[in-house]
Design a protein around this ligand. Structure first.
Ligand code: 3SK
Length: 509
């Protein structure tokens, strides 16, 4: 059997008689639908169009594409052609697109018409791009997607090994430096066989709705490869995931599985507290991107009678490797290793840390990336043989669960004792007035580090609230851990995955 992932995820369904099964449906606009048979044809045609356009194997194809049916057509079409799709975060600044287009040396760009303006100056300045294909109306100097594929031959998937690089994802992480993470064909099936089958338990009759977009590793698995591994259907939504929008899609499209991130769950719960939930059963709900505060998990369960399975993944590992599992949920923990993955905690000297200790989390599993593109030092520092460093600090409980304690570079000492900003944030969001919180170190008049909190409120600020919050934290987690300074803000800087970018909040940032 071919090692080309497009065979397993796309063409296999046709070979095995599932061509008529629905693969994707759009939740908005013309609400287009596409079956597995349609997708096999159109992705083969994209492969033919790439060959006709002279795009060779291993060339990079940047994809600035909304969650719409062209996304899977292009992604799998590139894999069939041996071209490397590079899905890009649709929310970046033009200057970051410029960095990524230069770094990847993409020779072709596919862009949704709605996103053209954001990338145009970077695309026009790129010395590497030979062709720009716009999904929609093509401005001057570009070609429409319709013209690009029209009349192209339908090509079969090229032979690759499971170890051939298949696609890249750019990770900006919590520090802001974009790094091209190179993933191989075999990794897609590895995540479907592990988390997709054994935690999510995806089934052919599921309809899955991922609020996390396809350009992001978490969304790519939830919203594309997991359903496609079993011939299930996914809902595509091309808009911003607001709580109201999510509620309406759940009510009208009736997914069986919902995939969100903690910030969205928190905002949806605030809305459900006011307005109640739609009368739709959700079989499974999952969360990743950042650790899920306990209160959010409990409140969601009260509304839906379904747990949120909180897990941890990374762009480098492609999907979730540590997770709570159905029937085995302990809120406030990230659960246990997903079957197929092993994890370790190590201290600063690299010595393994046992239950009760604090250490950096390392993970081993078949979906680890092949490395970063053109960043040798960073690759060597992150991928240590079979082990991948996550940069996350965890504690192991005596019963084998992992508790998130913050990023290795976010921890700081207060009065000589290590403090995890995450612990203070968890305490703050447990207060009924707080929607979200981010805590960083700030220096007092003596130059000593103390916690400072940035807080998004559920309602208007009121007199005395800041003092009330300080007391609340003191009572909940310890006298010295309370935020010495509190700033109320409209929102928090986050990565596409919903991870708080604390570096943007530190003094002088
Ligand atoms: O941040 C996460 O938890 C995550 C999960 C799955 C895939 C990718 C990422 C970054």
């Amino acid at each position: 059997m071919s090692g080309n992932a497009a065979h397993y995820f796309v063409d296999r369904h046709v070979d095995e008689g599932r061509a008529e099964r629905p693969a994707f449906r759009e939740a908005t606009g013309a609400k287009r639908r596409i079956t597995y048979g349609d997708l096999a044809g159109v992705s083969g045609q994209v492969a033919g169009a790439l060959a006709r356009a002279g795009v060779p194997r291993e060339a990079r194809a940047a994809m600035l594409v909304l969650d719409q049916v062209e996304f899977p057509a292009l992604f799998w079409g590139c894999l069939k052609a041996g071209v490397i799709p590079v899905p890009l975060n649709t929310l970046l600044a033009t200057s970051v697109y410029e960095v990524i287009l230069n770094d990847s040396r993409a020779s072709i760009l596919f862009v949704s018409e709605e996103l053209w303006q954001a990338v145009q100056p970077a695309a026009e300045a790129s010395p590497h791009l030979h062709r720009i294909v716009v999904i929609g109306t093509a401005p001057e100097g570009t070609q429409s997607y319709k013209d690009f594929v029209e009349g192209a031959r339908v090509l079969p998937a090229v032979e690759t090994s499971a170890d051939d690089v298949a696609f890249w994802l750019y990770s900006s992480g919590s520090t802001g430096q974009p790094k091209g993470v190179r993933h191989v064909h075999g990794s897609l099936k590895a995540t479907a066989d592990t988390y997709g089958a054994q935690v999510l338990g995806i089934e052919p009759d599921d309809v899955i709705f991922s609020a996390a977009k396809l350009f992001f590793a978490y969304g790519l698995g939830n919203g594309m490869t997991f359903p496609m591994s079993v011939g299930a259907e996914a809902i595509l939504f091309n808009g911003r995931p607001t709580p109201e929008g999510m509620r309406d899609i759940i009510a009208s499209e009736k997914p069986t599985v919902f995939c969100g991130v903690p910030t969205l769950y928190a905002a949806m719960i605030a809305m459900f507290d006011r307005e109640g939930v739609p009368d739709v059963p959700l079989r499974r709900c999952i969360s990743a991107g950042e650790a899920l505060p306990e209160e959010i998990g409990r409140a969601w369960f009260r509304h839906w009678g379904t747990d949120i399975l909180d897990g941890v993944g990374s762009t480098e590992m492609l999907h979730i490797f540590l997770s709570n599992a159905p029937g085995d949920v302990v809120y406030g923990t990230s659960g246990r290793p997903v079957p197929g993955y092993e994890v370790r905690l190590v201290d600063e000297s690299g010595t393994d840390v046992g239950p009760g200790g604090l250490g950096e989390l390392l993970v081993r599993g078949a979906s680890a990336a092949d490395g970063y593109w053109n960043k040798r030092d960073k690759s060597r520092a992150t991928f240590e043989g079979e082990w991948t460093r996550t940069g996350d600090k965890y504690e192991l409980t005596p019963d084998g669960r992992y508790v998130y304690c913050g990023r290795t570079d976010d921890m700081f000492k207060v009065s000589g004792i290590w403090l995890s900003p995450f612990e203070v944030e968890q305490a703050l969001v447990a207060h009924p007035a707080v929607l979200e919180a981010a805590v960083v170190a700030s220096r007092d008049a003596d130059g000593l580090e103390k916690p400072k909190a940035f807080i998004v409120l559920k309602q208007e600020n009121r007199d005395g609230l800041a003092d009330e919050l300080r007391d609340f934290v003191k009572d909940k987690i310890g006298k010295w851990k309370y935020p010495r300074w509190i700033e109320f803000v409209e929102d928090l800087p986050k990565t596409a995955t919903g991870k708080i970018q604390r570096f943007k909040l530190r003094d002088g940032a």
